[in-house]
Design a protein around this ligand. Structure first.
Ligand code: AMP
Length: 123
């Protein structure tokens, strides 16, 4: 896997160099509103550690970071009122996954029916 690029936009957000609309943070994660929302609720959850993708995170993060990340997703989705209505988590990964920002992030989408699991697949 290639090296982590510390000039990616989410690294800059973590360092406070670019503003964000924070919805939650703790020692493991920062969660903020997506700048181009695709649903009434569209939040990005990112680890505070420097991980490129979900596979980098799953391979190299500590057990505490991984537990903290998923505990935060549960808390955020509950705090945002999505628990009963449901929501979707998406982690685009690499070229075929359409990942634009090379810092692992989980999209949380909700507030309406999100539709088919793959809506923009290219044949
Ligand atoms: P992905 O295609 O999974 O890498 O998604 C990257 C996401 O980051 C997109 O949904 C963008 O709208 C979002 N995004 C890019 N720049 C910012 C920013 N400065 N603040 C919040 N969200 C952003």
């Amino acid at each position: 896997m290639s090296d982590y690029d510390d000039q990616n936009i989410f690294a800059k957000i973590l360092r406070g160099e670019i503003p964000n609309k924070t919805v939650y943070q703790d020692e493991y994660v920062l969660a903020f509103e997506d700048i181009n929302p695709q649903a009434p609720v569209h939040v990005l959850v990112i680890p505070k550690g420097a991980y490129i993708s979900i596979d980098d995170f799953g391979t190299n993060a500590s057990a505490q970071e991984i537990t903290g990340f998923y505990a935060a997703i549960a808390k955020i989705s509950s705090d945002l009122g999505l628990k009963d209505s449901g929501f979707r988590c998406i982690a685009n990964t690499g070229l075929n996954g359409g990942q634009e920002v090379p810092h692992f992030h989980m999209h949380i989408l909700g507030g309406k029916a999100i539709g088919p699991i793959v809506s923009r697949a290219v044949a």
